[in-house]
Design a protein around this ligand. Structure first.
Ligand SMILES: [Mn+2]
Length: 319
């Protein structure tokens, strides 16, 4: 039977797959992309009778493709924490879907594997900005404060690498990044020994220096909204920077606006960390929006709709 490993190209998707394959090695065709590339199952329109593992992409977004694969005799193992819509039932679909704000896909896989590769789940939780949950999950590992901080750094770096308009914007294509960490049982070794981690750290540091020069276009009771220029570094650093901004003002929401190469706007939204909900509802009110309750985004907002977004942002998060 052919096998496909389908995963979001961010820290969570990569670490979820790494845990599963450390547990059960399997040669599979890798299907992934930039973080925003979430309709990954559409690429398997010609596939039948295959074993398919799907990680960290919404089953709602991929609903029709999932149904098609099931009808064509495929077996699916599906883990995800994004908005899921109506549950999908099929004898050949094993779905572990939990959309609570305090889990990520790698934590769901960790649960499934009884914590066997916990350090990778911790790394992913940091990458998905679930800092509290990452620290809680790390408890039994007895890491030093410095080691825990290193996992935080690595999670952020893996997540950082997934942001961009296309693979050309990224330092390392996610499939290649995943392959590069396959040889490492522990994330701390990957961070200290791999060339990939070194390259990501260098790129990240340079991008953050540029990002730190930006000022908010809205700063009020609901939160802060920043706008980046139409440049590659901005598209790469946007997600991690939104998390950093959000951590600075946990009582308020955060949004970061970055132009796409086609002139439309991509927006990342973070609900207030102290009340982590409402981000998905706000974003889904716009045609290309989606995400999780705590962190969501809009892929292509027409520039002319920015005032409408700012209004909706204030309405959503004004206390
Ligand atoms: Mn995730």
């Amino acid at each position: 039977m052919n096998a496909f490993d389908v995963f979001n190209g961010d820290a969570d998707g990569i670490c979820a797959l790494h845990q599963l394959r450390l547990h059960e090695p399997r040669e599979a065709e890798l299907v992934t992309g930039v973080k925003r590339d979430i309709g990954l199952l559409e690429r398997l329109a010609d596939v039948s009778d295959a074993r398919i593992t799907v990680l960290d992409i919404s089953i709602m977004t991929n609903r029709a493709a999932t149904q098609g694969l099931l009808e064509r005799g495929c077996e699916l193992l599906y883990f995800d924490h994004h908005f899921a819509g109506e549950p999908l039932e099929h004898a050949a679909l094993e779905a572990h879907i939990d959309t609570s704000a305090d889990v990520c896909t790698s934590l769901l896989v960790d649960r499934y594997l009884d914590g066997a590769y916990r350090a990778w789940a911790v790394t992913a939780a940091f990458g998905d900005n679930l800092v509290k949950q990452a620290r809680a999950a790390a408890k039994p590992l007895d890491l030093t404060a410095q080691e825990l901080e290193a996992l935080h750094t690595l999670g952020e770096l893996l997540n950082y690498n997934s942001y961009g308009d296309s693979l050309e914007d990224l330092h390392i294509p996610p499939a290649e990044l995943y392959r590069s960490l396959r040889g490492y049982e522990h994330p701390l070794t990957f961070l200290s020994d791999s060339l990939e981690a070194e390259n990501l750290l260098r790129g990240f540091t340079a991008d953050m220096v540029r990002a730190n020069r930006s000022k908010p276009i809205y700063d009020g009771g609901a939160g802060r909204v920043f706008r980046f220029p139409n440049l590659v570094w901005a598209r790469r650093v946007v997600g991690v920077y939104a998390n950093r901004l959000s951590a600075e003002t946990p009582e308020r929401a955060t949004a970061l606006v970055v132009p796409n190469p086609d002139g439309s706007l991509r927006i990342s939204v973070r609900a207030p960390e102290e009340r982590p909900s409402g981000a998905d509802t706000l974003c889904m009110a716009f045609p290309t929006g989606g995400g999780r309750t705590a962190a969501a985004g809009i892929n292509q907002l027409p520039e002319a709709d920015l005032p409408k977004f700012l209004e909706a942002f204030q309405e959503a998060f004004q206390e």
